[in-house]
Design a protein around this ligand. Structure first.
Ligand code: FES
Length: 118
């Protein structure tokens, strides 16, 4: 889903707000080259859930650092070294580039990524 297609109410009016950590604004990240807006002050996996509510909810994720099915590789900016992380543990940051997704994340975000603009 592209940024333009992802039309959101202000956080306080969004019925999904309780699921996410408190946030005042959406920040831009890239996932496999596509731009998305996600809630600041949240872990990356929660941001993925913002993009695919049911996809991530139905995934095999423990949310606590044990299962490793949420592994990603990312850069903090385009020239930075690539790092591995568990997306349930790493906080999202403005401008983050997620360069690789685990098999489970790829499956759960497949539709979002397929319809995303670059
Ligand atoms: S969801 Fe299990 S380690 Fe992140």
């Amino acid at each position: 889903m592209s940024m333009a297609e992802h039309d959101h109410n202000p956080p306080q009016q969004d019925p999904r707000y309780d699921l996410f950590g408190p946030y005042e604004k959406l920040i831009e990240v890239r996932v496999l080259g596509s731009k998305f807006l996600v809630p600041e002050n949240n872990k990356l996996l929660r941001c993925f859930q913002y993009l695919s509510l049911l996809g991530i909810a139905n995934g095999r994720f423990c949310w606590n650092g044990d299962c490793k099915t949420c592994q990603v590789r990312y850069r903090t900016h385009p020239q930075a070294d690539e790092r591995s992380a568990l997306s349930c543990q790493v906080p999202v940051a403005e401008g983050m580039h997620i360069t690789e997704l685990s098999e489970e994340l790829s499956l759960r975000l497949r539709d979002v990524l397929a319809s995303a603009g670059k």
